[in-house]
Design a protein around this ligand. Structure first.
Ligand code: URP
Ligand code: ZN
Ligand code: ZN
Length: 487
């Protein structure tokens, strides 16, 4: 009788810390042993020449979510999770999004109702808080944090989502007191609307003006402000989808001063530029996201930020809107840049793009790749050590990567419900041949191997556990207000 359910033999294991050759033995969904001559498995996989990497954790993706303008994403939890699995992910953390007037508990229940019957890999939810009323701040949010929803996103822009600086302080101080992580979409709404109005009145309506209106200064000002508000109340803060060099610099400065500030960036800021928004006709709409892609020089700064301590998390910000009336063109075939649905897809290609252009081209090493795509998200969002590594006792979430597999990305090979990919025609080298989640082979031979709804909801620990080691530098003298007991 074999001792293990699954034995993966002959591969090279990489974690955020080490790279070593080992067989991986799996029992009851967990890693039971690492080493050589471990015994036998009911199933044995020859992983010679392959890399065994922790399953990806995409900690920023919008799936089966209505936007604030009531547009539904193209992916539901089935197509979204299948697409994620084919790209080497074993956990996704999408959003349970509150729109104004909604109860947070209701949006969480809705998200569960949508994900449970469909998700094929493991999942958790961040909250989106757009309406921090007294009852949200006083009851709902503390109770949800207590139940394991230990991170939430707030917006400083978008008419129907943005919160004021005063509300931001309320939210940050609540997060601090209850051990949650605040994520912020940092763009200055007034700057964007001031530029937009002037562009539109002068007849500048094409998609490329989206990038002009979302000026870099709008992003860097809001990022610095958000960091300062977090400093004031001694709160942790993670700035999502960073594209502007000055915003990246602000995060790095804060971290070098020992503050618990974290940064996230995404493929679109490494591989796309504002010039993509200037394609023929409405084609540029396919590349409209917020913040927008910048220029080549900004791309280089963002690449450097992946290894110089600026960014801990590399997520897709998968926000799938088709190039039709259900999505990008919901306001008609020729909308102004203000009416184009914001967001780009990227769940399936996030890791292959970074592996190919990052690891293979020597910009980051394998351990940095693992940290950015899996381990750090697990630590920051309270999933570690169950998720985010290949270690005895942890969930058997593993991507079996073929580092030599050359593929040319095209929409037809992807598994999301989109009708385009911004990365069409780009050739990458390195892609997972198999994706294993809690010991279940989810993808093999380019085929899905599991049933709808077989993923599991993962309850999380308070956010920030295990993140101390991620914060560089020596803490500043306390700068906050809590010494005066204003909590
Ligand atoms: O343009 C983007 N990023 N759309 C998705 C929503 C968000 O703000 O992350
Ligand atoms: Zn955002
Ligand atoms: Zn997003």
């Amino acid at each position: 009788m074999p001792e293990f359910d699954l034995l993966i033999k002959g591969g090279t294991v990489a974690t955020a810390a080490d790279t070593f050759s080992a067989d991986v033995a799996i029992k009851d969904g967990r890693i039971a042993a690492l080493g050589h001559d471990l015994g036998s498995g009911s199933r044995e996989i020859d992983a010679g020449g392959m890399l065994l990497l922790p399953g990806g954790i995409d900690a920023h993706c919008h799936i089966e979510q209505e936007s604030s303008t009531k547009i539904m994403t193209a992916d539901d939890f089935y197509s979204g999770s299948v697409s994620a699995a084919f790209g080497g992910n074993t956990t996704i953390v999408p959003f349970a999004a509150q729109h104004r007037g909604q109860s947070l508990r209701d949006v969480v229940d809705t998200a569960h109702g949508r994900a449970g019957p469909k998700c094929v890999i493991d999942y958790a939810f961040h909250l989106i808080v757009s309406d921090p009323t007294e009852s949200v701040l006083g009851q709902e949010l503390p109770a949800l944090i207590q139940s394991g929803y230990t991170s939430f996103k707030v917006y400083l822009t978008y008419e129907m989502l943005k919160i004021s600086d005063r509300q931001m302080l309320d939210v940050l101080s609540l997060a601090r007191n209850h051990g949650a992580m605040t994520m912020v979409h940092a763009e200055n709404d007034d700057v964007i609307s001031w530029i937009s109005e002037r562009l539109l009145t002068r007849g500048y309506t094409e998609p490329k003006f989206h990038a002009v209106s979302h000026a870099q200064i709008a992003e860097s000002e809001a990022s610095r402000r958000a960091i300062d508000l977090a400093r004031l109340v001694d709160a942790k803060l993670l700035i999502v989808h960073v594209s502007a060099p000055e915003a990246a610099q602000a995060i790095l400065n804060a971290r070098n001063n020992g503050l618990p500030i974290y940064g996230e960036t995404c493929p679109q800021y490494l591989f796309l530029t504002a010039e993509d928004l200037d394609r023929e006709g409405m084609e540029g709409a396919k590349f409209c996201c917020s913040p927008p892609p910048r220029d080549k020089a900004a791309q280089e700064v963002i690449w450097r930020g992946l290894t110089n301590g600026t960014f801990q998390v590399f997520s897709s910000d998968h926000a799938p809107y088709r190039f039709d009336a259900t999505g990008k063109l919901n306001a008609g075939p020729n909308p102004t840049f203000k009416k184009i649905a914001n967001g780009v897809p990227g769940l399936e290609v996030r890791m292959p793009l970074l592996f190919s252009e990052g690891v293979r081209k020597g910009r980051l090493n394998l351990n940095e790749f693992v940290a950015l795509t899996s381990t750090n998200a697990a630590k920051i969002y309270g999933l570690y050590p169950q998720k985010g590594s290949i270690a005895v006792g942890g969930d058997a979430d593993i991507g079996i990567w073929d580092p030599e597999w050359e593929r040319t990305i095209s929409q037809s090979m992807l598994h999301d419900n989109m009708d385009y990919t911004p990365y069409e025609g780009r050739t990458v080298t390195g892609w997972p041949r198999m994706t294993i989640n809690r010991g279940r082979v989810v993808v093999e031979d380019d085929t899905l191997q599991v049933d709808r709804g077989s993923g599991a909801f993962i309850e999380r620990e308070p956010a920030g556990d295990g993140t101390a080691a991620l914060t560089a530098g020596t803490p500043l003298a306390p700068t906050g207000v809590f010494g005066a007991d204003l909590a």
